[in-house]
Design a protein. Structure first.
Length: 254
């Protein structure tokens, strides 16, 4: 099951029971390695002190990293497609700055719109803090390359201080559709599966709902990240297997 389902408890309190259990289990190994380090160390500057102790107890049984899941696959999926097309400019609405946007900044400047503040002097990054539901400052048909990854499901739930509006995600999708230029590309992802709202975390959409809301656009490609975190590319969105919370990756054009 994907990370967001595994860690649902932390949405409420920030408390993660599994991390606590792993930490307790690893404590004996930590103490053994500490004793060995103190016995072997003869470097005055690097003597152990309780004041400076910083126990990390969950890395002993961890892998080299995470190469699966929604964000890993969606960020690479969209960045590769944009790299292949090399548009003159790209606009993103609300995607992860420390993931997808960082990928793009390697090879092109990016403008980002988000309701949350961002303080950054990173070269190539232009930021505008705004509620993007209406995209009122953008002319219809003006954006040739546009993305919004794992964002629309949050609109109107108040999680990020945005106004409560049960229809906000429809408004946002309509706005994305309106501003996309002829022959432009929209890279769009949301959780897909059993349609529902998990207030105030997010919504999950049926793939058919997304296709209906972007009815003025043409679907170029569809891929998805399954419940087990694996990527399935170039699929029929209406034939994907039943999912609890997959990630649908939609590429549209006008």
């Amino acid at each position: 099951m994907i990370d967001s389902l595994r860690s649902k408890q932390s949405y409420f309190t920030g408390f993660q029971p599994r991390v606590l259990l792993r930490s307790l289990k690893a404590m004996p190994a930590y103490l053994r390695t500490l004793r060995r380090y103190r016995a072997m160390n003869d470097l005055p500057s690097f003597q152990f002190s309780l004041r400076d102790a910083f126990p990390i107890l969950t890395d002993m049984d961890a892998g080299a990293g995470i190469a699966e899941g929604h964000y890993f696959h969606q960020d690479l999926w969209a960045a590769r497609k944009i790299f292949e097309r090399r548009p003159e400019r790209h606009l993103d609405i609300g995607s992860r700055t420390d993931g997808f946007i960082a990928h793009l900044l390697v090879f092109m400047p990016v403008a980002v719109v988000d309701i949350r503040p961002l303080e950054s002097d990173i070269r190539g990054l232009t930021f505008l803090q705004d509620d993007a539901a209406e995209l009122a400052n953008l002319t219809s048909g003006s954006i040739a390359s546009l993305s919004s990854l794992h964002v629309a499901e949050h609109f109107g739930l108040g999680r990020y201080t945005d106004p409560i509006d049960p229809h906000a995600y429809f408004k946002f999708m309509s706005s994305l559709q309106r501003v996309l230029a002829p022959d432009g590309r929209l890279y769009f992802s949301v959780p897909v599966g059993r349609e529902r709202v998990e207030f105030n975390a997010h919504r999950v959409f049926a793939p058919q709902t997304i296709l209906e809301r972007f009815s003025e656009l043409k679907l170029v490609s569809f891929s998805f990240v399954a419940d087990d975190g694996s990527l399935h590319e170039n699929c029929d969105p209406l034939s994907m297997p039943q999912s609890e919370m997959a990630c649908g990756l939609f590429e549209f054009t006008r």
